[in-house]
Design a protein around this ligand. Structure first.
Ligand code: PTJ
Length: 260
């Protein structure tokens, strides 16, 4: 539910609508208070990117789609922000991959588990892992509630898609031998640096693209998918994103305008 009436003519209409989705998710109990702060950090990086999906992000989206299609047991991890912003696309992606979605919260409370689960069910998810006493296993080395995972989900997954993730958990999942795909507007973040495939893009732009890419690559055989994955270098791709940011800042600093 949109809480304020923002005129469509407003130059920042799209961005303000994204904020409204988060605020509404916060009021409904799914988004953590800290999730609003996280969005602000993401927006700052998105400004530098010119609020568009760059070629390096498209490369990462292609690699992510291949990794997910090659997986034996992929799982989509869902936190409050992801549920509030892209629930429909999460459910679509889980259908395309025939894989589970799992509620996995940094600031885990029973009420938030239920609120995130409700959003996913309302978006059409047939089953949702990780909520209401389902998260009985633990990620080794992670203390407190954020280490809890489902026995039939993240715990036994080989590939985990964890958008807007915290660095500690990304590293802990990798230490368990899992392949981690993340979405993060900040290439500086520890999760961006620690993941196997990092998509530096806004989750609201990249999830529809990821769904399309999975649909496109579904017809490829394993060897073709593997070749694409082998040709992808996450470290180099992150460097490309830093260069995009540097070039954008240089252009603006030299008076080249904000639209370049
Ligand atoms: O719902 P919970 O309890 O699991 O909590 C979720 C948050 C996001 C609050 C929690 O995981 C957290 O504190 O994350 P961080 O450490 O603030 O990291 C979030 C990262 O996501 C930051 O690097 C942001 O730049 C990035 N980010 C924020 N909004 C977006 C984003 N990346 C892509 N798209 C966004 N819309």
């Amino acid at each position: 539910m949109v809480m304020v009436d923002v005129p469509k003519s407003h130059p920042r209409y799209e961005s303000l609508m994204v904020r409204e989705k988060l605020v509404s998710g916060f009021r409904g109990g799914a988004v953590a208070c800290e999730g609003l702060i996280a969005q602000g950090r993401g927006e700052a990086f998105d400004y530098i990117l010119g609020e568009r999906t760059h070629d390096a992000a498209l490369k990462a989206i292609e690699a992510a789609a291949c990794v997910l299609l090659l997986a034996r047991k992929p799982v989509i991890s869902v936190n409050g922000n992801a549920a509030a912003l892209v629930a429909n696309e999460i459910v679509k992606l889980s259908e395309l991959l025939s894989c589970p979605v799992e509620v996995n919260l940094f600031y885990r409370t029973r009420a938030r588990e239920e609120a995130v689960e409700r959003i996913l069910v309302d978006a059409g998810a047939s089953s949702v892992l990780g909520a209401c006493d389902d998260a009985v296993m633990r990620i080794p080395g992670l203390e407190h509630e954020r280490g809890k995972v489902s026995a039939s989900g993240i715990f036994c997954a080989d590939v985990v898609l964890v958008p807007l993730e915290d660095g500690d958990r990304t590293e802990a999942l990798r230490a368990m031998g899992k392949t981690v795909v993340t979405v993060d507007l900040s290439p500086f973040s520890r999760s961006a640096q620690a993941a196997d495939v990092t998509i530096v893009d806004n989750i609201v732009r990249c999830f529809p693209l990821l769904c399309s890419e999975v649909r496109r690559l579904k017809g490829f055989d394993g060897a073709q998918l593997r070749r694409i994955v082998d040709g992808f270098d996450n470290e180099k791709n992150l460097s490309r994103m830093f260069i995009v940011m540097k070039d954008r800042l240089s252009l603006v600093a030299s008076g080249g305008g904000l639209d370049g």
